[in-house]
Design a protein around this ligand. Structure first.
Ligand code: COA
Length: 430
C-alpha cells in the first residue's frame, strides 16, 4: 500500500522505500535497499540525529512527551514499586520474574560476586588517584583474561548466560574495589547474606575494624538511582557496546568500550562536571546569573552541565524522580548542601530564560544525581562509575538482543571529502 512506503527521487529516479512501524507507532524509513536501487547513494546524518540504528524491544523513550519505559513498564512505576535486581532481570529476560525466578536470579548474583584474587594486583599499577573510569574500563576488559571461554562467539547459550551473570555479579565488587583503592582503604569482600545494593554499599563504606550498618535511606536511594540509569535505548555508550559487539568481540570487551564512551562529559561524565560546576559557582561567590550568561554566550566554551539532552525536548522524567529523591535523602540525613540550593536556583532561572526555553533545554538525569552521590559520601570522581553500575544491565541486554537478532557488523558509510586521486610525490620533490 502506498501509505506504507516513502517515495524519494534521486537523480530523477523514483525509489520506493518501505516504512517500518514500532509498537508505539514510531515510523522509520527502511533505507536498506537505497544504495543498490540508486546506484550508490547513501544517507548522511552526523551524530545519527535522525537515524535509527536498530529495532529493539527493550526500552521505549519519547523525548517530546518525556516518557521512558523498560519492557513496557514506566520508569515512574519501576522506581516506586520495583528494585534494581528485578529491573536487571526484566531488562535481560523481557518479563518481570515470579518469586522463584527472582530468588534464583538473586542467588546467582551472589554466587559470582567474588573476583579472582589476581585482579587486586592490577590496582598496584595504578596511581591511587587515577580516574576511576579508566580503572573500571580496564578491569572489566580484563575479566576476559580470567574467562577465556567468553572469547568464543559461538559458545553454548548456557555459557554465554554465565558471562552475563558473572559481569552483573562482579561489577559492584570491582566498583567498590576502585573506591577502596582511591581512598587507600582495605578491600571488603562481598557478603552473600546482603542484598545486591546493600552489599555494594557495604563493600564500599564498610571497614574491617568495625561493624558497619548502611542507612536504609541510603540503600533505598541508591537502588532508585540504579533503576533510573539501567537503560536508555540507543545512547552513545549503548550504541558503542552494540557496535563493538557486532564484530563478535566478547561481552567484557564490548561493555568496556561502553564504559569509555560513557566517560565523556557530554554523556555520563556530565554528573561529575555538574558538581564541579556547582562548586565553582559557590567558590566564585554564588553569582548564578553570571554563569547563565556565560552558558548563553556563543564565544564562551562554558555550558551548563546537566542541561539539555539529545532526545529529551521536555523534562527528563528521571530528573523529576531524582530531584524528589535528593530532597528526601538530604532531608532524612539532615544534610544542608549549598550545592543543592545553587542547583535549584540555577534550574529556576534556566527554566524561565528564553535561551533555554526556546532550545528546550531542561535539567537531565545528571543534574541532581551528583548531589545525592555526594550526600552518600562518594568522591566526585566516582560519580560516573556509579552511572556505569546502573547502566550495566542495559548494556548487557542490548548486547544480547543484538547477537540474538543476528545483527550484521556495524560499518557506516561516509561521504569522502578529501583529495582526488593524485600521483605520489618523491620526498626530494616535496
Ligand atoms: C546533551 C547534549 C550533548 C545534547 O547535544 P545535541 O543534541 O547535539 O544538542 P546541541 O549541542 O546541538 O544543542 C542545541 C542548542 O542548545 C545549546 N545547548 C545545548 N546544551 C546546552 C547547555 N548545557 N548549556 C548551554 N547551551 C546548550 C547549544 O549550544 C545549541 O545552541 P544553538 O542552537 O544556538 O547552536 C548537550 O545538551 C550538552 O552538551 N549538555 C551538557 C552536557 C550534559 O549534561 N550531558 C548529559 C546528557 S544526559
Amino acid at each position: 500500500m502506498a501509505e506504507d512506503k516513502a517515495l524519494i527521487k534521486v537523480n530523477g529516479k523514483e525509489i520506493e522505500l518501505p516504512l517500518v512501524k514500532g509498537t508505539e507507532e514510531e515510523i522509520g524509513i527502511d533505507i536498506s535497499s537505497l544504495r543498490s536501487a540508486s546506484g550508490g547513494v547513501v544517507t548522511l546524518d552526523p551524530g545519527y540525529k535522525n537515524t535509527g540504528a536498530t529495532e529493539s524491544a527493550i526500552t521505549f523513550l519519547d523525548g517530546d512527551k518525556g516518557i521512558l519505559s523498560y519492557r513496557g513498564y514506566s520508569i515512574e512505576e519501576l522506581a516506586e514499586k520495583s528494585n534494581f535486581v528485578e529491573v536487571q532481570y526484566l531488562l535481560l529476560n523481557g518479563e518481570l520474574p515470579n518469586k522463584t525466578q527472582y530468588e534464583a536470579f538473586e542467588k546467582r548474583l551472589t554466587e559470582h560476586s567474588l573476583v579472582h584474587e589476581d585482579m587486586k594486583k592490577f590496582f598496584d599499577g595504578y596511581p591511587s588517584h587515577s580516574h576511576p573510569m579508566g580503572q573500571l574500563g580496564s578491569m572489566i576488559c580484563a575479566l576476559s583474561a580470567f574467562y577465556p571461554n567468553s572469547l568464543d562467539p559461538n559458545r553454548p547459550e548456557s555459557d554465554r548466560e554465565k558471562s552475563m551473570m558473572r559481569l552483573l555479579a562482579k561489577m559492584p565488587t570491582i566498583v567498590a574495589m576502585i573506591y577502596k583503592n582511591y581512598m587507600g582503604h582495605p578491600y571488603i569482600y562481598p557478603n552473600n547474606s546482603l542484598g545486591y545494593v546493600e552489599n555494594f554499599m557495604n563493600m564500599t563504606f564498610g571497614m574491617p575494624t568495625q561493624d558497619t550498618e548502611i542507612d536504609p535511606v541510603i540503600v533505598d536511594a541508591m537502588d532508585k538511582l540504579l533503576i533510573l540509569h539501567a537503560d536508555h535505548e540507543q545512547n552513545c555508550s549503548t550504541s558503542t557496546v552494540r557496535m563493538v559487539g557486532s564484530s563478535h568481540a566478547n561481552l567484557y570487551a564490548s561493555v568496556s568500550s561502553g564504559i569509555s564512551a560513557l566517560w565523556g562529559p557530554l554523556h555520563g561524565g556530565a554528573n561529575q562536571k555538574v558538581l564541579e560546576m556547582l562548586d565553582m559557582i559557590i567558590a566564585d561567590g554564588g553569582n548564578i546569573e553570571k554563569y547563565v550568561a556565560k552558558a548563553k554566550d556563543k564565544d564562551d566554551p562554558f555550558k551548563l552541565f546537566g542541561f539539555g539532552h539529545r532526545v529529551y525536548k521536555n523534562f527528563d522524567p528521571r530528573a523529576r524522580i531524582i530531584k524528589k529523591a535528593s530532597d528526601n535523602v538530604l532531608g532524612k540525613l539532615g544534610i544542608n548542601d549549598p550545592a543543592l540550593d545553587v542547583a535549584k536556583k540555577l534550574e529556576a532561572i534556566a527554566l524561565e530564560d528564553d535561551y533555554f526555553v526556546s532550545r528546550k533545554l531542561y535539567p537531565n538525569v545528571d543534574f541532581y544525581s551528583g548531589i545525592i552521590y555526594k550526600a552518600m559520601g562518594f568522591p566526585t570522581q566516582m560519580f560516573t562509575v556509579l552511572f556505569a553500575l546502573g547502566r550495566l544491565p542495559g548494556w548487557i541486554a542490548q548486547w544480547k538482543e543484538m547477537r540474538d537478532t543476528k545483527q550484521p557488523i556495524g560499518r557506516p558509510r561516509q561521504i569522502y571529502t578529501g583529495q582526488n586521486a593524485r600521483p605520489f610525490v618523491e620526498m626530494s620533490k616535496r
